[in-house]
Design a protein around this ligand. Structure first.
Ligand code: NAD
Length: 495
């Protein structure tokens, strides 16, 4: 069976640990490949390569970095379809979603092509007589990224293009569930002409992550994944003296006010809850129906759900694919049962939909009259399950968001500008949408939640990403009085 290997020092390297993990096609349930799981020694080899590459790469001109990044961007654009196909084959998302993922990744590469402008420092002339003070931002050295299964191409592209454009070298540890797409992107990066070792990929699991966390030559670590692992990674990385940013899970609320355009809100709820089988950290998983809007909204969502086509991601007619693994599918189905047992109304039960074959499919579920003590409300389900909570007022809706430990995204649907503006201030979340259910920032802003959805003080990509991947150096210089110069400077000046 085909084995997905590592990319170290510019070469594909066979795993030597003797450990592998299975990779499935979630649409058929078949194992299609195995992935090498790196040992600590293999991680060390990748870090050593990155460290050696940093000696030169850290000093390469901004012009050359930009040219190479543009070449990489063009290769990713030219190979978008191939990347999307790999995403669908191992993640299961429908091809349109996969293409969207690649497009959002490209945005981040494009942002990093502008690093020459974005990294300009600041300069204070004549801070004191004859004294200038200026700040430059310098790269950190070897930095690492650990990424989740749900955006296997995009999330790495949130990280390494900016890190490398800033002059760092990078070690990526992608999710072991769907490693082919990030490996292919890394091969394109190599093909663009970057020197060997600037980007290394080690496939692996906890063993590889733990080695990156403790490795003395890894200066900073970016993580995206579930909250418990994000907390662990952040605590461990910082205890080893590293700079760290760790984005975690989510439970995103969409508040629908009585004056909202219900058809628009229902369209948004369905695409944001069930797109990519709900396996998005910005998925809407709770709709808060305020006042009397609940019945009409639930009806409108239900009508749309009946038309939603669930099937293999490669089928152009499919709007939603399978879940990532059989275990994930069964876990999500267990939540639907827990909701029913807890007394909420199961308006549409995804378990009722039958599918041919052994794919990890589950139909879409809508739960109404969910209360905040139920596990379907408190837990991140990460599947195609939407919970509707009824609230008496706007204030109750905002309070729910504040009481929820997560704080990734939040959205409001209303026609009232004053209510929308108030929500911008009130929502206890890092990314807020006004009549936009999934407010993922464009590549020249930055992405990150609050509270249990993110650990560390910088968010990811955009200007915050550049701040994370560089450290400031402040220079203070004084030169002798120009009147004493051996060159005739024609003093006095300033006339
Ligand atoms: P995960 O936490 O299981 O895995 C993420 C990464 O951590 C993987 O590379 C994995 O190999 C590694 N890992 C897993 N267990 C580990 C352990 N015990 N020790 C060390 N490393 C470990 O997450 P996932 O299931 O791949 O992804 C889904 C989760 O990611 C969801 O919770 C989702 O909300 C979250 N997510 C968050 C964002 C965000 O921006 N906030 C974006 C995408 C996904």
């Amino acid at each position: 069976m085909h084995e997905i290997q590592h990319l170290i020092d510019g070469h594909t390297v066979a795993g030597s640990s003797g450990c592998t993990g299975p990779v499935f096609d979630p649409a058929t349930g078949e194992q299609t490949a195995k992935v090498s799981l790196a040992s600590a020694a293999e991680v060390d080899a990748a870090v050593a390569s990155a460290k050696a590459a940093f000696h030169e790469w850290g000093g390469v001109s901004l012009a050359r970095r930009t040219k190479l990044m543009l070449a990489f961007r063009n290769l990713v654009v030219d190979n978008s379809d191939e990347i999307a196909q790999r995403l669908t084959a191992e993640h299961g998302k429908v091809l349109d979603d996969a293409r969207g993922e690649v497009a959002r990744g490209i945005e981040n590469i494009e942002f990093s092509c502008g690093v020459a402008d974005a990294l300009k420092g600041t300069h204070s002339e004549q801070a004191s007589s004859g004294v200038d003070v200026y700040t430059v931002r310098q790269p950190l050295g070897v930095v690492a990224g650990i990424t989740p299964f749900n955006f296997p191409a995009m999330v790495p592209m949130w990280m390494f293009p900016n890190a490398v454009a800033c002059g760092n070298t990078f070690v990526l540890k992608p999710s072991e569930r769907d490693p082919s797409a990030p490996m292919f992107v890394a091969e394109l990066f190599q093909e663009a002409g970057f020197p060997p070792g600037v980007l290394n990929v080690v496939n692996g699991d906890k063993v590889a992550v733990d080695r990156l966390l403790e490795h003395p030559d890894v200066k900073a670590l970016s993580f995206v994944g579930s909250t418990p692992i994000a907390k662990y990674v952040y605590a461990s990385a910082t205890s080893h003296g590293k700079r760290a940013q760790a984005l975690g899970g989510a439970k995103n609320h969409m508040v629908v006010l009585p004056d909202a355009d219900v058809e628009m809100a229902a369209d948004a709820a369905v695409s944001a809850a069930y797109g990519s089988a709900g396996e998005r950290c910005m998925a809407i998983s709770v709709v808060v129906a305020v006042g009397g809007v609940g019945d009409q909204l639930v009806d409108a969502i239900k009508i749309r759900m009946e038309k939603l086509v669930v099937g293999p991601g490669t089928d152009p007619g499919s709007e939603m694919g399978p879940l990532i693994t059989k275990e994930a599918r069964d876990r999500v189905a267990g939540y639907v049962q827990a909701g029913a047992d807890a007394g909420c109304e199961v308006v549409v039960d995804g378990r009722d939909q039958a599918f041919d074959g052994d794919g990890f499919f589950l139909g879409v579920t809508l739960l109404d009259h969910v209360t905040t003590d139920m596990s379907v409300y408190t837990d991140e389900i990460f599947g195609p399950v939407l919970a509707v909570v009824r609230a008496d007022s706007y204030a109750d809706g905002v309070q729910m968001i504040r009481d929820n430990p997560f704080g990734n995204g939040a959205a409001i649907f209303t026609r009232d500008g004053g209510a929308a503006r108030q929500f911008q201030r009130d929502a206890d979340a890092g990314m807020v949408g006004i009549n936009v259910p999934i407010p993922v920032p464009v590549g020249y802003h930055s992405f990150g939640g609050w509270n249990d959805s993110a650990f560390g003080d910088t968010t990811m990509y955009g200007p915050e990403g550049l701040r994370f991947y560089t450290r400031p150096k402040v220079l203070t210089s004084r030169w002798p009085d120009p009147s004493t110069s051996s060159v005739d400077l024609g003093f006095p000046r300033n006339d």
